[in-house]
Design a binder for this molecule. Structure first.
Ligand SMILES: Cc1ncc(COP(=O)(O)O)c(C=O)c1O
Length: 419
């Protein structure tokens, strides 16, 4: 993948960009996938927070409620496949994150799965380990949970910038918990090399895939990642609060001891044995009764991926974010925004984050004008690009409206910019 300049030297004119957008959309192999989603004429660039509704979901949920629950009732646990939904749907997510079958189980929130992964990782780490490394720029929940996990296991937590992990890991490190894509800046961390560095020091790698799964290839099996977690309501479009997932590397599963060994993870749940014996394989990542309505909404949502490869999603994501940056350079008055998303494709996820004075009010105005992104404290405008349903015309319109909003405001410079 090539490096691209953040802002081209001679910005194209607005009308040229609109023509280019139309040409890019006409040549887009994923253009028709947009029809699989319920969308309107809003430019929706917040799929990195809550993915749009896939068309397959409402009908499926209506059937689950009316027939599977309403008519079959308790029989649905077996006859409708409810009991096995966590691992069945895990197998459907697996190819999107580079995992083979039997390595992913769906259920609980990301936060809960972080707890299972970090404590489970510490329990598998070598004796004499004294610390857990946590991505210093992490989404907050990871840090909170890691600190609690450390207190419970008698270890210390040390925050480390992802780029420094290879230098900072020692033989005393049990696990490192790292975000694959930074939620704020959209920076993509180098999963293969960080994982390899952790392994060479004898530590386990735990990756949070919330902002990468469904947006770019992850390669969990190929890179020997030990444990991973992720949510399903962003690029996987599972719906508000849809369940998260846990990945445990095949070779570790026999040693994985969940800190939440609920009855669903028992080898024989219906034996109601007072003694605990873990199930084989990834089933030991389950906890209690699965959240069936949300799980089955997610399963229907995953149909939007039929015939779509994650590689073509990645290619479109990079093209969209490049094009958006080019449109921002052309439409936005100079000095009003500063991109904090890496220009280098190798370090970019699927969002563009722009520092901007008064970002909260600017985003409110964008939303009023039909462009939905989001705002992150203190001064970041986030624009998420979901290649399954975002068009190049969306990218051009979003940048144009941003330019109109900022052009209409009194002069203010982006934090950190010279002019
Ligand atoms: C990187 C990251 N990790 C964890 C979470 C929290 O997930 P949950 O609310 O499912 O626990 C989020 C939520 O957006 C996130 O972006």
């Amino acid at each position: 993948m090539s490096e691209t300049p953040e802002f081209p030297v001679a910005p194209a004119s607005g009308s040229e960009l609109a023509i280019r957008a139309a040409e890019l959309d006409a040549a887009d192999p994923l253009a028709a996938v947009r029809e699989r989603f319920v969308l309107d004429d809003t430019v929706y660039l917040d799929g990195n927070s809550l993915g749009a509704l896939p068309r397959a979901v409402p009908g499926r949920i209506a059937d689950v409620v009316a027939r599977e629950w309403g008519e079959l009732r308790i029989r649905s646990w077996t006859e409708s496949g409810w009991w096995t939904a966590p691992e069945r749907i895990g197998d459907k997510i697996a190819p999107l994150i580079g995992a083979g079958p039997g390595r992913v189980v769906v259920g609980d929130s990301t936060s809960v799965n972080i707890f299972k992964a970090v404590v489970g990782g510490v329990r598998m780490a070598g004796k004499g380990c004294t610390e857990i490394l946590v991505d210093a720029t992490t989404f907050p929940t990871d840090g909170y949970i890691a600190r609690s996990a450390a207190r419970m296991t008698g270890l210390a937590v040390r925050p480390v910038e992802p780029a420094r992990i290879a230098d900072e890991v020692t033989e005393r490190t049990a696990v490192a918990l790292v975000n694959h894509v930074d939620y704020r800046t959209g920076r993509l961390n180098d999963l293969p090399s960080i994982t390899a560095a952790l392994h060479s020091a004898g530590a386990l790698a735990v990756w949070d895939l919330c902002h990468s799964a469904g947006a770019l290839p992850v390669g969990l099996d190929a890179y020997g990642v030990d444990l991973a977690v992720g949510c399903t309501y962003k690029y996987l479009n599972g719906g508000p609060g849809s369940p998260a997932y846990l990945y445990v590397r095949e070779g570790l599963q026999e040693r994985f001891e969940s800190p939440l060994p609920g009855w669903n993870s028992h080898a024989d749940p219906f034996a109601m044995d007072p003694g605990y014996a873990p199930a084989d394989g990834i089933l030991r990542g389950r906890v209690g009764t699965p959240d069936i309505l949300s799980l089955l909404a997610l399963e229907a949502a995953l149909e939007a991926w039929d015939g779509v490869s994650i590689e073509e999603v990645r290619a479109k994501s990079l093209a969209l974010t490049d094009f958006f940056l080019e449109c921002v350079a052309a439409h936005v008055p100079p000095g009003r925004v500063r991109s904090v998303t890496p220009a280098d494709h190798r370090q970019r996820g699927s969002q563009v984050a722009l520092e901007c004075a008064g970002a909260g009010e600017v985003m409110d105005e964008l939303i009023r004008r039909g462009v939905v992104g989001d705002f992150r404290h203190p001064d970041v405008l986030r624009f998420g690009f979901t290649p399954l349903y975002t068009s190049f015309a969306d990218a051009e319109r979003a940048a144009r409206v941003l330019g109109e909003v900022l052009g209409a405001q009194p002069d203010a410079v982006a934090p950190g910019t010279a002019g």
